[in-house]
Design a protein around this ligand. Sequence first.
Ligand SMILES: *Cc1c(COP(=O)(O)O)cnc(C)c1O
Length: 382
Amino acid sequence: MRSLDAFAAGKLDELDARHQRRTLVPTARLSGPWLERGGRRYVSFSCNDYLNFSTDPRLKAAAVRAVEAHGTGAGGSRLITGNHPLMEELEARLAHLKGTEACCVFGSGYLANVGIIPTLAGGDSLVLVDELAHNCINAGSQMARGRVMRFAHNDLGELEALLKAHRADFAHVLVVTDGVFSMDGDLAPLPAMSALCKAHDAWLMTDDAHGIGVLGGGRGSAHAFAEPIEIPLQMGTLSKAIGSYGAYLCASRPVIDLMKTRARTVVYSTGLPPAAIGAALEALNIIETDPEYCALPVERARRFTRALNLAPAESPVVPVILGPETRALDAQRILGEAGYLVAAIRPPTVPAGTSRLRFAFSAQHTDEDIDRVAAILRERIL
Ligand SMILES: *Cc1c(COP(=O)(O)O)cnc(C)c1O
C-alpha cells in the first residue's frame, strides 16, 4: 500500500520539522531510581515509580506467588470468568484506603477514564474538564454522548461561571480534573471545587494517578488538605506509585455496580493478570503500614525546589519549563551526559511553547543526586 506508507512518512516528516517526533529507546529498569540505556547506567528522574515499588523484592515475591497460585492471565473479561478472587480483595482494600463504599478495578488508567466518563455522561449531560487534564480524560469525554466544555486550569471562577450559565440546560453535570496534574505537579483546589460542585449538584471526579501512595499519608490528594473532602468519584492508577498495572474507581455502591455492568472497558476487556493484582495488594500492605515512607517523594521534591528557589513542590512532580522544544532537548542531553535521565516533555503532551524537563522524585533518590542535578541546572541550563 504505497499511499499508506506515503501518508505515514509524510506525517513523520511534519513532526520531524517541528522537533516533535518521538522514538522508543530500550530501557532496562534496575533497582531504586536506576536504569540502563544504550549500555550506560543512569539515575532516572523520569519514572513515575515514586515509591520504587516496581523493583521492590516484596512486590516481586507477591507477584510470583500470584502467578504460581493462579497463572499468568485472567482468561476472560471480568463478567465472564476473569473476576479473580484476588481482584475482589484488591477492590475491598482500595475502597478502604479511599474511605468509599466500593471500588471497581480497570485494566489501566487510560481504560478507566474512557470507561467511566461515557458511562456517566449520556446525551443529557455536560462534562466540564480542566484544560490541563490528562489525555485519557479528554478521550473519555470525547467518547461520551454529552456536551464537553473545558475550563482554564484550576480556574474556579470560570468553572463557577460555566455552572451558572449551563447547569439548568442539562440533566447532569460531571466535573473532571486531575487531583495532581501530571506534567505540572500542582494540585487541583479540591476543597473549593468540591463545595462548588455540591452547590450546583455537579458530580466531581478526580484522577489521582499521581496522588495515590504519595499524598495524604498514601491515601491520595483527597486527603492532602486540612479538612476531609467529599469527592464522589475518585479514580487513580496502579501503575505509578503502586508499582504495578491497572486502575480503579472508588465510589458509592450504586456507581460501582453501574460501572461493573455498563462500562465498556470493563465489559469488553480482559481482567488484570494475577501478577499485577498480587503486586498491587503488597504495595497497599506497605502503604498502610508505612506513611513515613510514602511522604519521602514529596520531601525529595521539596529539597529540589528549595535548591532552585522554586515554589515548594506540592507533589513528587516538578516541572522546569524551558519553552522551545530544542531548549528542553539540549537540557536533557546535558543532564544525560552527567548520568541523569530526565526526559524532555514536548507538545502535544504540554501546551506549545512550554517544553520542559519534568522531574519525578522517588523515595530512594539521594540528597547528593538531587543537589547535583540542581547545580547543573543552575550553572548550565537556566
Ligand atoms: C498516567 C496517567 C493515566 C493513565 O494511567 P495508565 O495506568 O498508565 O494507563 C491517567 N491519568 C493520569 C493523570 C496519568 O498521569
